[in-house]
Design a binder for this molecule. Structure first.
Ligand SMILES: Cc1cc2nc3c(=O)[nH]c(=O)nc-3n(C[C@H](O)[C@H](O)[C@H](O)COP(=O)(O)OP(=O)(O)OC[C@H]3O[C@@H](n4cnc5c(N)ncnc54)[C@H](O)[C@@H]3O)c2cc1C
Length: 533
């Protein structure tokens, strides 16, 4: 017999099957000898009250064993000799497009400018050790894209549950823990992601697809209003319809598109800093306990949002128990981001703290970047130019290296240079700097007010134990490569499928993956002449 229960239990009860069995015995009158297995199929933490509870949905198997798999693996067919589709970029968008093409009986040819996920790791280490960024192999470029050495949080605002579950199942099929199917806030962790990505590559190759590393697309090949392939940095020509999944850091791609009058539109982004607290401080604050999280709870999360002077100010991509990382993708840039390992065990918790910007804000004098050309918002690439100006200024403030300019949080709000800085997870090092002075006041004034509001709502959050690290600029794409809503092709260029975050149609790993699948389906319709669903 199978019985289902919705339980609200203490963290120590949810911690293992033995404790759950005891609980079910006492609270539900079940005999622990009869319980052959317990399957948790939903798990979330409720920390709103002083006592923290874990909400569980469980299936209890009495005198029988579960015979249903937790997910249905996909049987990927061999696609040797089938029509090819070129996928540019091996981030989540590109990789999930490639897998879906195989499912649909098409042969993906994946072209990736960076190195494979293991080789890439050495270049990431060099950023901290030697202060140099390889423009082809960094936190944005290389196998797995920005998703590889990311935090690996897999929650999304996408409302399409079926699509999200499919993506999570594919991750599990390629080696991710099945806990991601259960947790309200699924997380893989940066230590586990590379193996999952390698397994995805293996599937693509075993089925007859191709993956070309260190191969950069330098141009689309056009015949009138039709894309017939791509040309690479070594001059090779790959022919076929193109899924363009190059991410939001491929500024050379945006430049090529603008120079070749490929229709794009400017898009808003959000800009600010990474804010890092001691993890224990966030745990105490969120779990209402001065001892911290105890033995059974994970490092605590937070999420803040408010409006200041007509623009959103919010926390972004929170990494409990994580690290702040140097995420530049080229010379003379300083950009930070955050990630965490699966254990979420570091002694710090960080989050982007950003202010929403609209393209029309660029004409506002208070958004002018010191030393940068005035931007009117009249060029489609102006938001990208703004990102470049701010990243360059930040690099200058950081001693023209990857050492990041930083300021204690309370000092920033009271406009004081920090006399010293707290210890930080940011490996290339921090340099005390007056962020309140050199960041455009459009951003700094709103951030300071946002911090005051968040500090009033969450006691202890606004503190000099926290450090702000400059700058967080790559929150989303600065343009949208405009595509048809039904065919997902570029509005003018047939055979071109702008895809994922870089095209302006996704934000995050899961939504990029979903968009990759949709673009693969659209490319299949294009090749067979069938109607898109
Ligand atoms: C440190 C960090 C932490 C993050 N944490 C999370 C998180 O926890 N959860 C989450 O949902 N999101 C997170 N993100 C964001 C997430 O990684 C991105 O939203 C996602 O990877 C976007 O997927 P994509 O495939 O559209 O683009 P990308 O992942 O950016 O992939 C684009 C790929 O295209 C390649 N490319 C670019 N130009 C060319 C060219 N000309 N020729 C060939 N190849 C090219 C790049 O090398 C890259 O591999 C994080 C990002 C970073 C940097």
């Amino acid at each position: 017999m199978i019985q289902e229960f919705t339980l609200r239990v203490l963290p120590e009860v949810a911690a293992n099957e033995h404790n759950l069995k005891e609980y079910l015995k006492q609270e539900k009158g079940l005999s622990s000898q009869d319980i052959t297995a317990i399957r948790v199929f939903k798990r979330s933490i409720d920390a709103r009250q002083r006592t923290v509870f874990v909400n569980l949905s469980v299936r209890v198997f009495l005198n029988e064993m579960p015979d249903e798999p937790t997910y249905r693996p996909i049987a990927y067919p061999i696609v040797d000799g089938r029509p090819a589709v070129i996928v540019v970029g091996a981030g989540p968008g590109g990789l999930f497009a490639a897998l879906r093409l195989i499912e649909l009986g098409l042969r993906p040819i994946v072209v990736e400018r960076g190195k494979d996920v293991r080789e890439r790791k050495k270049d990431l280490a060099q950023i901290s050790r030697m202060q140099v960024v390889d423009p082809e192999s960094n936190y944005s470029f290389g196998e797995g894209g920005a998703g590889a050495y990311s935090d690996g949080k897999l929650y999304t605002r996408s409302k399409k549950r079926g699509n999200v579950e499919k993506i999570l199942s594919v991750f599990c099929q390629h080696g991710a823990s099945e806990s991601i199917l259960v947790d309200a806030h699924p997380h893989i962790g940066t230590d586990k992601l590379p193996r999952v990505i390698e397994n995805i590559r293996r599937t693509i190759l075993q089925c007859g697809g191709e993956v070309h590393f260190q191969t950069r697309m330098d141009a689309l090949v056009l015949e009138g209003d039709r894309v017939i392939g791509i040309r690479t940095d070594s001059g090779d020509l790959y022919r076929g319809a193109v899924i363009l999944a190059t991410g939001h850091s491929a500024r050379d791609v945006y430049r090529w598109l603008a120079e070749n009058q490929v229709e794009m539109e400017a898009k808003g982004i959000a800009v600010g800093v990474r804010l890092e607290h001691p993890a224990k401080l966030i745990d105490c604050m969120q779990y209402h306990n001065k001892e911290g999280r105890g033995a059974y709870l994970p490092a605590a999360e937070y999420s803040f949002v408010t409006q200041v002077a007509g623009r959103g100010v919010y926390s972004f991509c929170m990494c409990p128990g994580g690290f702040v990382v140097p995420a530049a993708s080229g010379p003379e840039q300083l950009v930070v981001n955050g990630m965490s390992p699966s254990s979420r065990g570091s002694q710090w918790s960080n989050s982007g703290m950003v202010v929403e910007l609209h393209p029309e804000d660029l004409s506002d004098k208070s958004l002018r970047v010191e030393g940068g050309e005035p931007l009117s918002g009249s060029s489609v690439l102006d938001v990208m130019h703004f990102q470049e100006q701010l990243e360059r200024l930040c690099w200058q403030q950081g001693n023209r290296q990857q050492t990041a300019p930083a300021q204690r949080m309370y000092d920033f709000c009271t406009k004081r240079l920090s006399a010293d800085l707290p210890q930080s997870s940011y490996a290339p090092g921090l340099l005390a700097s007056p962020l309140h002075f050199w960041m455009p006041s459009f951003i700094s004034a709103r951030l300071a007010e946002g911090f005051r509001i968040f500090g009033r709502n969450a006691r202890g959050f606004l503190t000099n134990e926290a450090v702000m690290i400059g700058v967080e600029t790559r929150t989303s794409a600065p343009v949208r490569i405009v595509r048809d809503r039904v065919t997902l092709q570029h509005i003018r260029l047939k055979g071109l499928f702008p895809c994922g975050e870089g095209a302006g149609y996704a934000g995050g790993i899961v939504s990029a993956a979903i968009d990759g699948e949709r673009c693969a389906e659209a490319a299949a319709c294009f090749l067979t002449g069938s109607e898109p669903q």
